[in-house]
Design a protein around this ligand. Structure first.
Ligand SMILES: Nc1ncnc2c1ncn2[C@@H]1O[C@H](COP(=O)(O)OP(=O)(O)OP(=O)(O)O)[C@@H](O)[C@H]1O
Length: 236
């Protein structure tokens, strides 16, 4: 059963539709990259997957036990986030906020989960450091640990390597591959890095208002859309 199924989804702002008639699904363990040019509706779709924006038409169905508040989300970096005045461990454990309900304090289980994720991502040594003193790559690991605290089954990453140097970017992609393959957590990543996307992802959704392509990465490589976008297309 699909974790998320989008059926004929259209989304817009004040009557102006920016995503139209979208159909795709995310199965447990999938690694889906959402690609497309600037303004093609990727972030708008992300907002609706997170239930932060309602759809104009169609529906987004959650399945396989996934609840709306159990998606681990790593947002696009903003300058405000970079200056966040909190320690690494505080940022990581805040990933548990959504599932905590009305309980006023973090539980021992919350603390244990945060420590496990920090170990998993090799940032335990940084736990008392201030988030804003970290390098860009360290900050992304912290935010990934935070996202992992919020989910057992689905990570949603919005352009997570923006601003990272090539070595740190490669390390970050490696981490995502490991999490996806070893923990079986499904990954949905918005990306402008199409070459890496087809290398790592199992599926590609190419947006241009509607889905120009949805299918496996292998099918995408062979498709006309994929060949044109990846370069080497014959424009036939
Ligand atoms: N809050 C908003 N109000 C009105 N229009 C918006 C709003 N946010 C986005 N849009 C419009 O919706 C369209 C899709 O924007 P969106 O940010 O989803 O694209 P994107 O594919 O994520 O772009 P990018 O790659 O630049 O991040 C654009 O035309 C944009 O101007």
């Amino acid at each position: 059963m699909a974790l998320i199924k989008c059926e004929n989804v259209s989304i817009g702002y004040e009557g102006q539709t920016v995503v139209r008639d979208l159909n795709f699904e995310i199965q447990p363990g999938d690694y889906l990259c959402i690609v497309g040019e600037n303004g093609s509706g990727k972030s708008t779709l992300v907002k609706s997957l997170l239930s932060l924006k309602s759809v104009e038409k169609g529906k987004i169905v959650f399945g396989d036990g996934l609840k709306q508040n159990e998606i681990g989300y790593l947002p696009q970096q903003t300058d405000v986030q970079k200056d966040f005045p909190a320690s690494v461990s505080e940022v990581v454990i805040s990933g548990r906020l959504n599932s905590r309900g009305l309980k006023p304090f973090y539980t021992a289980a919350d603390k244990k989960a945060a420590e496990e994720k920090m170990d998993m991502l090799g940032i335990r040594d940084l736990s008392r450091q201030c988030f804003r003193e970290l390098s860009g790559g360290q900050r992304q690991r912290v935010l990934l640990a935070r996202a992992l605290c919020a989910t057992k089954s689905l990570l949603l990453l919005d352009e997570p390597v923006t601003g990272l140097d090539p070595i740190v970017t490669a390390e970050f992609y490696q981490l995502i591959r490991e999490i996806n393959r070893e923990s079986g957590i499904a990954v949905v990543m918005v990306s402008h890095d199409i070459e890496s996307a087809v290398e790592d992802a199992t599926h590609i959704l190419h947006l241009q208002e509607t889905a120009l392509f949805f299918g496996t990465s292998d099918e995408y490589r062979k498709s006309r859309v994929g060949r044109n976008f990846l370069g080497g297309g014959d424009n036939a």
